[in-house]
Design a protein around this ligand. Structure first.
Ligand code: ADP
Length: 429
C-alpha cells in the first residue's frame, strides 16, 4: 500500500463497493440462506461442548429460533422487489442486532462471540457504499459499548474491551475497503487500457484502408483510361470476341474504382475526416446530370429512367456528395429492377426540407431486410440478388453522407412490387 499515492488510496476507499452490479448478489441470496441455517445449527452443536465460560443456553435456543424465522421471512416472504444495496444494508443491521444478543448471552464483551461483529462488517465494507459502511460500523460500536455496561465484572475492563473492539472494527473496515477498492481500480485501469488499445488498432485499420485505397485508385483510373482509349481507337477494327473481353475488363475496372471510392469514403467517415462543403443548390440540374450518367446502364436493361419535378426545389448540400448519394440510389434502383422496368426520380418541397425520392418497380425489399439495409456490408442474399454484384457499402455510405449534410434517409418497399428510397435535405428555396 505504501507505493500508492494518498489520493489513490482515498479514491480506493471511496470507490469500494460502488461499482458492483446489483444483480450479481442475487445469486448469492440462496447460498446465504442455506449458510445461515447451517451456521445456526453448527453454533447450537458447538455450545454443547464444555466451555469454561457461562452460556445462557435457553436464551441462545430462543435466539436461534428467532433467527430461523427471520431467515424464512427474509428469503421467502419479503417482496422480491425489495432488493439491492438497501436490502443488504438492512440485512446487516438486523444481523448485527442478533449478534448483539448472542454476545450478550455468551459472556458479553469478554466472550469469544464478539468476532461475529467482524465477520458481518467485512462484506459490508467491501461491497456497500461508504455511508452504509459508516452507519454499520457506528452501530456495531454502539452495541459493543452498550454491552460493556451489561457484561458482568469490572466496568473499566469492559469499557477497555469495548474500545479495543471498536478500534478493531475501524481497522477491519478501513483495510478491507482499501483492498477491495484497489482491486476495483486495478480492474478498471485494465479495462481502460484494453479499450485504448482497441481504439488504436481501429485507427490503424482505418489508416491502412485509407492508404491502400488511395494508392490503388490511381492505377485503377489509369487502367480505365487505357481501356477507353483502346475502345475509341480500335472500335471499328476490333473483333467481337476481343470486344467482349474489353467490355468485361471495362465493367470490372469501373467496379474496382467504385469499390476503392467507397472504401475511401468509409475510412474518412470512420476517421471523422470526411469534408463536407455545404452550398445552396438547385436540385433539377444535379438530378439531370446524375440521370444522364446512368442512362446507358438503364438502356442496357431496357429500364425507363425519368424524373418528375413539378416545382423548383433548392437544397443546402455538398454538391459532390449529393451526386454520389443519388448515383448510389438510382444505380441500385436500376440494378435491382428486372429488365423492362421503370425508375422515377422525384424532387419536391416538404416543410423546411427538400425531398428526393427514387422509386422503382423492382424486386422490392422484405420488412426484415429493411431494418438492416443501412448497415455496413449488409447485402440481401436471395436468388434474385445473387446475380447482382455489390459490396453492401453503398447504402451505409449514403446514410452517413446524408446525415452529415443534415438530412435523413428512408425506405418504403414491398417485396416483388418495388421500392422507394428517399432522402431529405435542408431546403433553401
Ligand atoms: P450493394 O453494393 O450490395 O448494392 P447497397 O448498400 O447499395 O449494397 O445495398 C444493400 C442491399 O440493399 C443490396 O444488396 C440489395 O439487396 C438491397 N437494395 C438496395 N437498393 C435496392 C432496391 N432499389 N431494390 C431492391 N433492393 C435493394
Amino acid at each position: 500500500m505504501d507505493r500508492q499515492p494518498a489520493s489513490e488510496l482515498l479514491k480506493a476507499f471511496l470507490i469500494s463497493g460502488q461499482l458492483e452490479k446489483e444483480d450479481k448478489y442475487k445469486i448469492f441470496e440462496r447460498l446465504l440462506e442455506i449458510f445461515t441455517i447451517i451456521a445456526v445449527v453448527i453454533g447450537l452443536l458447538i455450545i454443547q461442548l464444555p466451555f469454561a465460560q457461562d452460556l445462557n443456553k435457553p436464551a441462545i435456543y430462543k435466539l436461534a429460533a428467532i433467527v430461523g424465522v427471520f431467515v424464512v421471512f427474509w428469503y421467502h416472504v419479503l417482496p422480491k422487489r425489495f432488493s439491492g444495496r438497501m436490502k443488504r444494508f438492512v440485512y446487516s443491521l438486523i444481523t448485527l442486532t442478533f449478534i448483539a444478543f448472542l454476545v450478550h448471552y455468551t459472556n458479553g464483551v469478554r466472550g469469544y462471540t464478539i468476532f461475529f461483529y467482524y465477520l458481518s462488517l467485512l462484506p459490508v465494507s467491501m461491497t456497500l457504499p461508504l455511508r452504509y459502511t459508516f452507519v454499520t460500523t457506528f452501530y456495531s460500536t454502539i452495541l459493543v459499548f452498550t454491552e460493556a455496561f451489561l457484561t458482568k465484572g469490572s466496568l473499566q475492563t469492559n469499557l477497555s474491551l469495548a474500545l479495543l473492539n471498536s478500534w478493531g472494527f475501524v481497522l477491519v473496515v478501513f483495510y478491507s475497503r482499501f483492498n477491495s477498492g484497489e482491486a476495483v481500480l486495478v480492474k478498471k485501469a485494465e479495462e481502460d487500457n484494453i479499450l485504448e488499445k482497441e481504439k488504436t488498432v481501429g485507427k490503424l485499420k482505418d489508416e491502412f484502408v485509407y492508404i491502400i485505397s488511395h494508392e490503388l485508385k490511381q492505377p485503377a483510373i489509369s487502367i480505365k483510361g487505357y481501356i477507353d482509349n483502346i475502345f475509341s481507337k480500335f472500335s471499328s477494327t476490333i473483333n467481337l470476341e476481343d470486344k467482349e473481353i474489353l467490355d468485361l475488363t471495362n465493367t470490372n475496372s469501373v467496379r474496382l474504382t467504385k469499390l476503392l471510392d467507397d472504401l475511401l469514403d468509409i475510412s474518412q467517415i470512420e476517421k471523422g475526416s470526411l469534408r463536407i462543403v455545404m452550398t445552396d443548390v438547385s436540385l433539377r440540374p444535379i438530378i439531370n446530370e446524375v440521370l444522364s450518367t446512368l442512362l446507358l446502364e438503364a438502356k442496357e436493361k431496357r429500364i425507363s429512367l425519368s424524373q418528375k419535378m413539378t416545382e423548383e426545389v433548392g437544397a443546402n448540400a455538398d454538391v459532390d456528395r449529393l451526386k454520389e448519394v443519388l448515383t448510389n440510389l438510382i444505380n441500385n434502383a436500376i440494378k435491382y429492377t428486372p429488365e423492362g422496368g421503370r425508375v422515377i426520380v422525384e424532387a419536391k418541397r416538404e416543410g423546411d426540407s427538400a425531398k428526393i425520392l427514387v422509386s422503382d418497380n423492382g424486386i422490392g425489399i422484405s420488412e426484415e431486410d429493411q431494418k438492416h439495409l443501412f448497415e455496413k456490408f449488409y447485402r440481401i442474399e436471395n436468388e434474385r440478388t445473387r446475380a447482382v454484384k455489390g459490396s453492401g457499402l453503398g447504402l451505409f455510405i449514403t446514410k452517413q453522407l446524408v446525415e452529415k449534410m443534415g438530412g435523413q434517409v428512408g425506405v418504403v418497399s414491398k417485396a416483388e412490387e418495388g421500392t422507394t428510397f428517399y432522402i431529405t435535405l435542408p431546403r433553401y428555396r
